[in-house]
Design a protein around this ligand. Sequence first.
Ligand SMILES: [Zn+2]
Ligand SMILES: [Zn+2]
Length: 235
Amino acid sequence: MSATAKTTSTAHRFLEIFGIAGFCLLEMFLAWRAIAHSQSVLDALVIVGAVLVGFVAADFMSGLVHWAFDRYGSVDTPLFGPNFILPFREHHTDPKGITYHDFVETNGNNCIVTVPILAGAASIDPSWGAFAVFTSCFLGAMCLFVFGTNQFHKWAHQDDPPHWVQALQRWRLILDTPGHDIHHKAPFETYYCITTGWLNPLLAKIRFFELMETTIFRLTGVRGGVDDAKITGKN
Ligand SMILES: [Zn+2]
Ligand SMILES: [Zn+2]
């Protein structure tokens, strides 16, 4: 498949567009509600703290989802195979392909998966107390940075991204190219986090994903491993 070819069906494209619209509406509602609720320094601190924790959590979630789709299932897995697993596996054989994706293809999937979480955050009433405010803002911030993840990932593969993006990469506020290149060496078994990449050195040091795979194998007998023969044409 060429770098510019579509990797999604028309039906999935519509789902992505609805996902982006739902994501934007829910994020705007949560931001408006957080600002309206913030009436003291303590309120503001709770919200800022929730946003920072959400930023780190998004990096962790990006690694967890990336690892799961890299290591489990196949491109033939119902529902997830063609729309979620295929783009991750294909990205290993065609890393520059992502730089040709338009806004909807780059960000649609992440919006689809975050809309139910945002709906849950919107259902939390801030009048329940500081923990409710924290939880709602944490979920909203985490989803916002999860939304940014594929865009940050795309920029990490671009030869000449905008200057302000290069500055964010240099300051390590978003995924930087040298850090992400560590994942792009076969067998693609480390540095899965692709939002900021902050957690990659720690998770590699404690062998987090190897431990997860060992635990899953002991509990279910299912072994993790890349099954991208159809993409690479090995079969
Ligand atoms: Zn990967
Ligand atoms: Zn990549």
